[in-house]
Design a protein around this ligand. Structure first.
Ligand code: NAD
Length: 493
């Protein structure tokens, strides 16, 4: 596989244009943005710097594809066939998509392959299969009427995603939106647009009608804002930071009250009780739960809470695993951890390290930049102990490879610490006691509570946040409800 990866990485990436109505076109201003690879800091290619006029064009095309061309009314069997073919093409081009994405955002290739094209293909297949299996309802009315409850698509769906897993997260929104019969305009992240552009080309190749899926690259504050403010966008599905999420709610209020779904950040607690079934395994999984993709994972277990009686032995195991992680070229299959997505993100991470030290946390591992000679953005897996709830590291999302460790004595204290942030995205509990596990599942305010593992959930279960981690759910059949609405037909007989 390494040989194929090396061949793909050597291929030049031509300048990429917008993808609207099944065609490539430049931004109407002609402006472009450089795409800088975090692997070595060089300019990989350019993308079109789309703006309001381009968003207007894409939304108009998507509206036409929805209403006039009739994607919303296309036979379910036809929509299913196209989306299944799309999934097949994503699988066929998996390595190409993964390598392109990694050149753009630096995720280690082993993870990128599974999480990006691998997961995107599975997601399109799952929602394709659902198209002809989700039914409307007949209400239990009196005999002289018939009450039918239809599910209808909403119209044009805007999708805005972050740079950590653009294909996976993009698919979680695009697939149910298309399956429900909507058309879509995607605004990819500036720091990782290439794989999504390629995805849209594959959709066309699979037979998705022109205009059903459009991609407008560009800056968040320009193209993203235009999508958020657009009067003809019915839904905006977003994953990204809380700050941008707040802006989108304002845009909706200032424009057409479009529905907004927000999947925001997290500061997820990973709680190790003394009776965890296998502390070494817990240490290994906990390290990967925070350090994979350089910690740029919304559900990362960034707060480790360890029961005092096993604290020392658990931390020895954790630091031993952490010390063995190989940070390096993300396109080398031997690397455990690749690059941080951009030089700016690396600076931000190092800022958190400085603050943690200033506030009195104890650095046990990492803390600095690595491989500076490559010109890329690499950071050592970093562990801070003695983190108290008032410290910045306990409260704010780093979105980098920085773990905050605290100890606790009792279950009650663990719950209090776990729920002590404004976030509520993910969590984990390690225990052999079934009752403890169930009590913790009920007590933790988060969209997912893992038990004796961290991560790894599949498309069949929903993902989303409590509290300031957002609202709305990606994945599972529940996500179809975000992209459709109920209509009643009340028929006198
Ligand atoms: P970000 O909010 O800066 O950017 C996300 C997207 O929003 C990008 O496409 C960006 O171009 C766009 N954007 C930026 N400003 C905008 C504006 N004013 N109007 C419209 N769009 C705008 O976030 P990021 O730094 O790319 O991603 C990191 C954040 O995403 C972290 O907080 C992380 O936790 C979160 N995240 C959450 C999940 C989840 O499922 N909950 C998954 C991955 C990442």
């Amino acid at each position: 596989m390494q040989e194929q990866i090396d061949q793909l990485r050597a291929m030049p990436v031509p300048p990429r244009q917008l993808f609207i109505d099944g065609r490539h076109e430049p931004a109407s201003s002609g402006a472009v943005l450089d795409v800088v690879s975090p692997i070595n800091g060089t300019v990989l290619t350019t993308i079109a710097d789309g703006a309001a006029a381009d968003i207007d064009r894409a939304v108009a095309v998507a509206r036409r594809a929805f209403e006039v061309d009739g994607w919303s009314r296309a036979a379910p069997a036809m929509r299913k066939k196209v989306l299944l073919k799309f999934a097949e093409l994503i699988e066929k081009h998996a390595l190409e998509l993964a390598v392109l994405g990694v050149r753009d955002n630096g995720t280690e290739i082993s993870m990128a392959l599974k999480a990006e094209p691998g997961s995107a293909a599975g997601t399109f297949r799952y929602y394709a299969e659902a198209i002809d299996k989700v039914y409307g309802e007949i209400a239990p009315t009196a005999d002289n009427v018939l009450g039918l409850v239809h599910r209808e698509p909403l119209g044009v769906v805007g999708v805005i995603v972050p740079w950590n897993f653009p294909l996976m997260i993009g698919a979680w929104k695009i697939a149910p939106a298309l399956a429900a019969g909507n058309t879509v305009v995607v605004k990819p992240p500036e720091a990782a647009s290439l794989a999504l552009l390629r995805l849209a080309e594959l959709a066309s190749e699979a037979g998705l009608p022109d205009g059903v899926l459009n991609v407008v690259t560009g800056r968040g504050a320009v193209a993203g804002e235009a999508l958020g403010l657009h009067m003809d966008v019915d839904v905006l599905a977003f994953t990204g930071s809380g700050a941008t999420g707040r802006r989108l709610l304002e845009y909706a209020a200032r424009s057409n009250l479009k529905r907004i779904y927000l999947e925001l950040g997290g500061k997820s607690p990973n709680i190790v009780f003394a009776d965890a079934p296998d502390l070494d395994q817990a240490a290994k999984v906990s390290a990967s739960g925070i350090f994979r993709n350089s910690g740029q994972v919304c559900v990362a277990g960034s707060r480790l809470l360890v029961q005092s009686s096993v604290y020392d032995s658990f931390m020895d195991a954790l630091l031993s695993v952490t010390g063995k992680l190989k940070v390096g070229d993300p396109l080398d299959v031997a690397s455990d951890i690749g690059a941080v997505a951009s030089a700016e993100q690396l600076e931000k991470n190092l800022g958190f390290v400085e603050t943690a030290e200033r506030e009195g946390a104890e650095r046990l591992a990492g803390g600095g930049r690595l491989l500076a000679e490559t010109g890329g953005s690499y950071m050592a897996p970093t562990v801070f102990a003695g983190v108290t709830p008032d410290m910045t590291l306990a409260r704010e999302e780093v979105f980098g490879p920085v773990l905050a460790v605290s100890r606790f004595e009792t279950e009650e204290e663990a719950v209090k610490l776990a729920n002590s942030t404004v976030y509520g995205l993910a969590s984990a509990v390690w225990t052999s006691n079934l009752s403890t596990a169930h009590r913790m599942v009920r007590a933790i305010r988060a969209g997912v509570v893992h038990v004796n593992t961290y991560g790894g959930a599949d498309i069949t279960v929903p993902l989303g946040g409590f509290k300031q981690s957002g609202f709305g759910r990606d994945k599972s059949l529940h996500a179809l409800a975000e992209y459709s609405d109920l209509k009643t037909a009340w028929i006198a007989l």
